[in-house]
Unconditional design. Structure first.
Length: 451
RNA sequence: GGCCCCGUGGUGUAACGGUCAGCACGACAGGUUUUCAUCCUGUUAGCGCGGGUUCGACUCCCGCCGGGGCUACCA
């Protein structure tokens, strides 16, 4: 099997960005497809930017998405001595050298030599100098990208880049290359923003005599305004998506479709099917825009197709309620109507709480002449046995005809009487759910209020 | 400035160089329905621009325009 390494830079907020989630998903799908496992590495060579809590939150989000992962053969801490050893080796062979130039020096050097040429420093014996890697003046470094094919980067345009600070601590492009090699990572799937960094990592690998992993660079995700997806675009993290009531399976399905499609236009796919069909080589090169509307649609489909047991459990967890019989009954009638978990509660709230008092709704529905209709409805269901949808319909439906009104003229007032809202599950199901006595009580309360 | 990536309807995508450029979401218009949602039917709208190559270009080449990334002793 293949180990796949996911680039993973924890954000300072602890949120798992949707773009990061997609990267993780693609890594996971590709690893699964190849019968391997997903290896997670945190890409902070120093952990200044993110707290352990933030890292935990992101791992939680990954777990919630049900993307299982391994920590890899070596931990962050264990890498440190290996980094220094590699650094010493490079210095020894002359592939790297100490250089005391500051950013300012580099800039003036470039002014003199033209902007198309990378900076070349001069070796110094000073111990208090940063370490730079020697980059060839000619030739080019080729990145063999699984998605884009071979991409040539002219060596001359790269600086002799710094691989370790004056204090000996290593920098990202060096650390990550050594990590990949030492952890025997075979495939690196990451964001487009690293494409230009790849030649540097390749140079480090080459200087150290390591082979290179396979690379695949994903285009970044954008918001509806075309800019890089960010907080401003609403739900930009999987935590927010979870809170908004989306299902992990639906998110996996939708996110997988951002930059990738099937040959036969299949849209709705279970996760095993995604695993079976996904190939990193088939991912597209253009950047995609995250569109929550389509996610909603996919989520709705998943919600409606869920087995009722799983549905009740999922709703219960989202609402922080026990999956008792009442909730189960309520879910049964609400399942076909909700697109997200968040939409379930407004539909079934009336079963657990008194009707909402909304003067606007009342004024709109409880018009003149409503009282007699409701009185007739109460009479029709009094003593009705069994109190289930079909008999209720048989008892109530004829009333509209005898009063010579449209069905809605009768049903909407009943709906408002028992729920306080104009939207609810089917009126017969709703009455059955509430039970005969409570239904009658609520309708009578409405009648009293009308007179 | 330099290097690199990307460009099919509003959105996501499909199309061995040959199809009326397909599918899905959305939007709009109808239909079903007790509300909402679902569901059904129809409509809408696209190959960024300009040159080549070719009998023929969304597809190959060049230029331009537009978007993005890298260019740190950040990751």
């Amino acid at each position: 099997g293949k180990d796949l390494r996911v680039r993973f830079a924890p954000s300072p907020t602890g949120a798992l960005h949707i773009g990061g989630a997609r990267t993780a998903l693609y890594n996971w799908l590709e690893a699964r497809h190849e019968g391997g496992t997903l290896v997670l590495r945190i890409e902070d060579t120093d952990l200044e930017r993110s707290t352990p809590e933030n890292v935990e939150q992101i791992l939680d989000a990954l777990n919630w998405l049900e993307l299982d992962w391994d920590e890899g053969p070596l931990s962050q801490r264990e890498m440190a001595p290996i980094h220094s050893e590699a650094l010493a080796r490079l210095l020894e062979s002359g592939a790297a050298y100490r250089d005391s130039s500051t950013g300012k020096h580099v800039k003036t050097w470039k002014d003199k030599h033209g902007s198309g040429r990378g900076y070349r420093g001069s070796p110094t014996k000073e111990p208090g100098a940063a370490i730079r890697l020697r980059v060839p003046d000619d030739g080019e470094t080729i990145v063999e990208d699984l998605i884009r094919g071979p991409i040539a980067f002219p060596n001359a345009s790269y600086d002799d880049f710094v691989i370790a600070r004056a204090d000996g601590s290593v920098l990202y492009n060096f650390a990550v290359a050594v990590d990949d090699a030492e952890m025997k990572i075979t495939t690196v799937i990451r964001g487009d923003d690293h494409l230009s960094n790849t030649p540097k990592q390749l140079m480090v690998l080459k200087a150290l005599g390591y082979g290179a992993p396979r690379y695949a660079h994903l285009s970044l995700l954008h918001g509806p305004d075309g800019k890089k997806l960010s907080k401003r675009h609403g739900a930009a993290s999987v935590q927010e998506l979870r809170d908004a009531g989306y299902l992990p399976a639906a998110i996996r399905n939708y996110i997988s479709l951002l930059g990738w499609g099937t040959d036969d236009d299949t849209t709705l796919m279970s996760t095993p099917e995604l695993v079976k069909r996904f190939r990193i080589e088939d991912v597209g090169t253009a950047s995609a825009v995250f569109d929550e509307k389509k996610l909603r649609w996919i989520n709705g489909r998943f919600m409606r197709e869920m087995p009722i047991d799983a549905y009740v459990d999922t709703v219960a967890r989202h609402l922080h309620r026990d999956p008792d019989q009442r909730l189960r009954d309520a879910c049964t009638v609400a399942q076909e109507k909700a697109q997200t978990l968040e939409e379930v509660w407004p539909l079934i709230r009336f079963v657990f709480e008194p009707p909402i008092d909304d003067p606007k709704v009342w004024a709109k529905v409880m018009k003149d002449g409503t009282g007699p209709l409701l009185e007739a409805a109460v009479a029709a269901i009094s003593g009705l046995e069994p109190f289930t949808p079909d008999p209720i319909e048989a008892a109530i439906a004829p009333l509209a005809e005898s009063f010579n009104v449209k069905a809605g003229r009768l049903y909407q007032p009943i709906r408002v009487a028992i729920t306080g809202t104009t939207v609810s599950p089917g009126i017969f199901e709703s009455l059955a759910l509430l039970g005969r006595d409570e239904s009658i009580r609520r309708i009578n309360a409405a009648i009293t209020r009308l007179s």
